[in-house]
Design a protein around this ligand. Structure first.
Ligand SMILES: C[S@@+](CC[C@H](N)C(=O)[O-])C[C@H]1O[C@@H](n2cnc3c(N)ncnc32)[C@H](O)[C@@H]1O
Length: 424
C-alpha cells in the first residue's frame, strides 16, 4: 500500500487528492474490520483471519477499552503487531491544527452574560469556530443557523452585518429576538436552503457549523457554483443524504477506478462517537445494549436458529421494567412465546458477557471512524480546489469540545477559473 508523501503546502491540490487516495486504498484493504457488525455476529469474520488481533482485544480490561477508544492511534500501534498495515493510521489521520491561541479563542467567544439562551458547549464551539476563521472580510451568511448562536458570535468580530438562513420559523423568530436583545447586527431569514429556486446573496462568506449531511454539501456545491469569495464549513452527520450509494463531490474522486462505495449505514460509523454524552446516558445505553444481546441469545435458542433477529426501538418506560420486562416486550413484538421456565437471570448474564465481547470488537471498528470521515471531507477539499478555491483543512478545536471538529476553509482564488467537469 502506498501512503501519501508528507503533505506539500506548495501543491495542496495534489496533497489533498493523494491523501484521499491513500485513505481510499487503506479503507478498502481493511473493509472486513469496519464493515463487520459485532452486535449481530458473535464471531466476526476478521477474528478468524487475524486471531492475534482478536486475542489482543479479548484480553483488554474495561479501563483499557475506554482508554483505547479515546486513543485510536495507540490502539492502531498495538494492533499493528498483528496487522502491520494498521500502523499507517496515525499518518493517515494527521491534520493541521487550525485552532488559534487560547487568548484568541477567548476573545472570539461571547461572554456568558451575553450568551443568552446559548448552551455552554455551543457557546464554546461557536467561539472556537469564530476564532479559527478570523479575520472576517466579507459579510457573512450563516447556513442553517438555528437560533443564530454562531451568527451572534461572528457578528461581534465582523465589519459587516451577519445574515442567517434557517427554515424552522420558530427558530427564525427566536434568532431575530435574541439578536435584537443582544444588540447584534444579525438578521435571520426563513429559508429552505435546499429549495431549487434558492437565491444566494452575492459576495458573502458562507459559513456552516454542523449543518447536517446534504445541507452542508449544498452550501459547498451552490456556494462554489456562485463563486462566493469564501466558504467555511465544519461538517457533521455525513450519513444524512438522499444519495444511494454515496457519491463523492469532486470529479477526481468520483472518477477514481478503485473507489470505495459507501452506504449511509457505512457512513454512519464516521459519526458514531459519544465523547460528549453524559455518563448517565452512556450507562443507560450500555444497559439496554446488554438486554438486547441477552434477548438475542434467548431468541436464538427458542427459535433453534443462530441468526440475529432485529428488535424495533423500545418505549423509554421499559428501562424501569428490568430485563424480564424487556424480554416480554421484545418477544411480543417478534411473536415469540416465552416458556414459563425461562431463566431470565441466565440470559441477562449472557447479555453482559456478549456486551463485553461486542465492546472489544467495536473497538476495532471504531479505529476507522476518523479515516472514513476524512475520506468524505478530503473529497470536499478536492472539489473546492477544482472550483478554484485555496483550501485549508484541519481541526478547529479539541475533540472533547465536539468530535465534529474539522474545519474546511476555502478562499476563492481570483483569476483561476473553476474547472468544468461534465459528470458521467
Ligand atoms: C444541527 S443544527 C445546527 C444549527 C447551527 N448551525 C448551530 O450550530 O447551532 C441544523 C439546523 O439546520 C436547520 N435545517 C434543517 N434543514 C434545513 C433546510 N432545508 N433549510 C434550512 N435550514 C435547515 C435545522 O432546523 C437546524 O436548525
Amino acid at each position: 500500500m502506498t501512503l501519501p508523501p508528507a503533505a506539500s503546502l506548495h501543491d495542496p491540490a495534489e496533497s489533498f487528492y493523494s491523501h484521499w487516495q491513500a485513505l481510499n486504498d487503506w479503507l478498502i484493504l481493511h473493509r472486513p474490520l469496519w464493515q463487520s457488525a459485532p452486535f449481530m455476529e458473535p464471531v466476526p469474520g476478521w477474528t478468524r483471519d487475524y486471531p492475534g488481533l482478536a486475542r489482543l482485544v479479548a484480553g483488554l480490561g474495561d479501563r483499557q477499552c475506554d482508554a483505547l477508544d479515546d486513543d485510536p492511534a495507540e490502539l492502531a500501534s498495538l494492533a499493528g503487531e498483528y496487522l502491520p498495515t494498521l500502523t499507517a493510521y496515525s499518518q493517515l489521520v494527521e491534520l493541521p491544527d487550525l485552532s488559534p491561541s487560547a487568548h484568541e479563542v477567548a476573545r472570539a467567544t461571547l461572554p456568558e452574560v451575553r450568551a443568552v439562551d446559548m448552551p455552554g458547549r455551543k457557546r464554546q464551539q461557536s467561539g472556537a469556530f469564530a476564532a479559527a476563521v478570523q479575520p472576517l472580510r466579507e459579510s457573512v451568511l450563516d447556513w442553517c443557523c438555528g437560533k443564530g448562536h454562531l451568527s451572534r458570535t461572528l457578528a461581534a468580530g465582523c465589519p459587516e452585518p451577519v445574515r442567517g438562513f434557517e427554515w424552522n420559523a420558530e427558530l427564525v423568530r427566536d434568532g431575530n429576538r435574541l439578536a435584537v436583545q443582544a444588540g447584534a447586527a444579525v438578521s435571520v431569514q426563513c429559508q429552505d436552503v435546499m429549495a431549487p429556486d434558492l437565491a444566494l446573496p452575492a459576495n458573502v462568506h458562507g459559513v456552516a457549523l454542523h449543518a447536517c449531511g446534504d445541507l452542508h454539501r449544498q452550501l459547498i456545491r451552490v456556494g462554489s457554483e456562485a463563486g462566493l469569495p469564501r466558504l467555511s464549513v465544519s461538517p457533521c452527520c455525513y450519513h444524512l443524504t438522499d444519495a444511494r450509494p454515496y457519491r463523492p463531490l469532486s470529479h477526481r474522486s468520483a472518477s477514481c477506478d478503485n473507489r470505495l462505495e459507501l452506504s449511509p449505514n457505512d457512513i454512519r460509523l464516521a459519526v458514531q462517537e459519544t465523547v460528549t454524552a453524559p455518563a448517565r446516558v452512556r450507562a443507560q445505553t450500555r444497559l439496554v445494549s446488554q438486554w438486547r444481546l441477552g434477548f438475542d441469545g434467548l431468541q436464538r435458542e427458542l427459535r433453534g436458529c443462530d441468526d440475529y433477529l432485529p428488535v424495533p426501538s423500545h418505549p423509554s418506560r421499559l428501562i424501569h421494567e428490568g430485563f424480564e420486562g424487556f424480554c416480554r416486550w421484545a418477544a411480543g413484538k417478534k411473536k415469540l412465546a416465552l416458556p414459563d421456565t425461562t431463566d431470565f437471570e441466565h440470559w441477562r448474564e449472557v447479555g453482559e458477557r456478549r456486551w463485553r465481547q461486542v465492546r472489544r470488537h467495536e473497538l476495532v471498528r471504531h479505529l476507522f471512524r476518523r479515516p472514513l470521515e476524512l475520506w468524505i471531507v478530503l473529497d470536499y477539499a478536492v472539489f473546492l480546489e477544482e472550483r478554484g478555491y485555496r483550501v485549508r483543512l484541519g481541526e478547529f478545536c479539541d475533540r472533547t469540545l465536539t468530535p465534529r471538529n474539522l474545519l474546511l476553509d476555502a478562499v476563492r482564488v481570483s483569476g483561476i477559473p473553476p474547472v468544468e467537469h461534465n459528470r458521467p
